[in-house]
Design a protein around this ligand. Structure first.
Ligand SMILES: O=C1O[C@H](COP(=O)(O)O)[C@@H](O)[C@H](O)[C@H]1O
Length: 267
């Protein structure tokens, strides 16, 4: 376990997405070789889709045995299954429809036309997570979790100053009246996110600069949910130069870290 969070800055969104894509491909190959399978927790938003698109376009893409990869989501918009706003649909169009996956290993949140109501959908997804969770763990083994960050500091469906960001006991919450449209969403909770082995947080664009600066300056998790994100082995913030505009220079060199390390983990 490490409390180290690395900040890696790239000149622009395209090189940022290319680097994350290469990192994901390499790590999936390693994990599948060691464990026999791997698990990826996807998210929504602009940068996340740019990364999935970069994975699809990568010449190394087919080096991964995608049929050995399980796909989960950190959050979903409460919209019908055919809605263009659905994170699952966007991820399928960007990547999953273009690779050889095992559909039984794809675990999307229920859509609004697939469950009685949003609370029932949250319970169903919590049950799906529980069914794949070993022993006393809170969630299935996630080898890599992707996160984008909203300009208000939200991650997944966990928004600032809401009960959702404080939730410690449940795996999944229904989010209503979210400050960003669409207002109704489903999200895994912070303990589930932080159970991931590696969390790759991808931020691009000038609208993310202030919130990244606040998180690095130690803002509370309540105010800036990004502040509370910490994976088991690795937490890496991949940012572009525009998003890094308010990050002190000493934190953005390749060897610099957000918080000091308890131990350094090369995985
Ligand atoms: O609504 C959402 O927004 C955030 C960030 O989105 P972006 O377009 O500003 O990159 C995303 O992380 C979350 O999963 C998504 O549902």
């Amino acid at each position: 376990m490490t409390s180290e969070r690395r900040v890696l800055v790239h000149p622009d969104g395209e090189s940022l997405a290319g680097t994350v894509a290469a990192r994901v491909i390499t790590k999936l190959i390693d994990v599948i070789e060691q464990e026999g399978d791997a698990s990826l927790q996807l998210t929504g938003g602009t940068m996340a889709m740019t990364v999935l698109d970069a994975i699809r376009r990568s010449p190394a893409r087919d080096s991964v045995d995608w049929s050995a990869v399980s796909f989960w989501w950190t959050d979903e918009r409460w919209v019908p299954s055919d809605s263009e706003e659905r994170n699952e649909r966007q991820a399928r169009e960007a990547l999953l429809d273009h690779i050889r996956i095992d559909e039984e290993k794809v675990h999307p949140f229920p859509a609004s036309d697939q469950a009685k109501d949003i609370e029932a959908a949250a319970e169903a997804y919590a049950a799906e997570l529980a069914a794949h969770t070993p022993g006393n763990a809170i969630a299935p083994r996630f080898d890599i979790t992707f996160l984008g960050v909203g300009s208000d500091g939200h991650v997944a469906g966990l928004f600032p100053n809401t009960t959702g960001i404080r939730e410690k006991s449940r795996r999944v919450i229904a989010v209503q009246n979210a400050p960003k449209p669409p207002p109704d969403r489903l999200s895994v909770t912070l303990p589930v996110l932080n159970s991931s082995q590696r969390i790759f947080i991808v931020l691009g664009g000038p609208d993310k600069a202030s919130v990244l600066g606040l998180a690095l300056a130690g803002a509370s998790v309540e105010e800036v949910p990004l502040s509370g994100v910490l994976g088991v082995r690795r937490t890496v913030l991949f940012v572009d130069a525009a998003a890094a505009a308010e990050v002190p220079e000493n934190l953005i060199a390749p060897q610099s870290y957000w918080t000091s390390a308890d131990s350094v983990d090369a995985h």
